[in-house]
Write a protein that binds this ligand. Structure first.
Ligand SMILES: [Ca+2]
Ligand SMILES: [Ca+2]
Ligand SMILES: [Ca+2]
Length: 183
């Protein structure tokens, strides 16, 4: 068990005080950006990682609605490259909330990467090598991204004071959900 006094990491749920980089859209405590160029799914993902974010992982109906307002085809962080028919998000979570277009995914000749389709606003699987624009997702300025947003406090404080500071920032103390997070 972790002693509460040792926990000085905050996890986001981030409030209005936390801003996104200039030109990015803020939605529900995260920052989003539409790529200017089109490229393959792999190239899109590499570019997102290089910018300290990742391809978008859609984890709520609100986020799907928000992304539906984009009027072009965009890669999302979802693929079944590892095992045909087993769709996984780039953060390792299995697919539970789904917005596939009618008759999709159809793997019409090795289609292993998902994008939001411009005509239906729902998802289609397609050739990973095809060029689409994509959506970056990251955290507000100053927070580190690791699929959730984290802020490491620079000062030490009691657990109660730490919690109050987190609440003040619209966040809370980190809840450790996975062995990766403990590291
Ligand atoms: Ca496949
Ligand atoms: Ca497939
Ligand atoms: Ca398809």
């Amino acid at each position: 068990l972790i002693s509460p006094q040792e926990i000085t990491v905050l996890v986001g749920v981030i409030d209005e005080k936390n801003t996104c980089p200039i030109g990015w859209s803020k939605f529900n405590h995260n920052c989003y950006y539409l790529s200017e160029i089109s490229d393959s799914w792999n190239a899109a993902r590499m570019d997102c990682r290089a910018r300290g974010g990742d391809l978008v992982v859609i984890d709520s109906p609100e986020e799907q609605n928000f992304l539906s307002t984009i009027t072009t085809d965009v890669w999302i962080g979802l693929n079944d490259k590892e095992q045909e028919g087993t769709w996984k998000w780039v953060d390792g979570t299995p697919l539970t909330l789904m917005y596939w277009a009618t008759t999709q995914p159809d793997d019409g000749g090795e289609e292993d990467c998902a994008y939001i389709n411009e005509w239906g606003r729902f998802w289609n699987d397609y050739f990973c090598s095809y060029s689409h624009q994509w959506i970056y997702k990251t955290c507000p300025v100053g927070w580190s991204f690791n699929h959730s947003c984290y802020l490491i406090s620079k000062s030490s404080a009691s657990w109660d004071a730490a919690r109050m500071d987190c609440r003040d920032r619209g966040a809370d103390l980190v809840v450790i959900n996975s062995p990766e997070e403990q590291v």
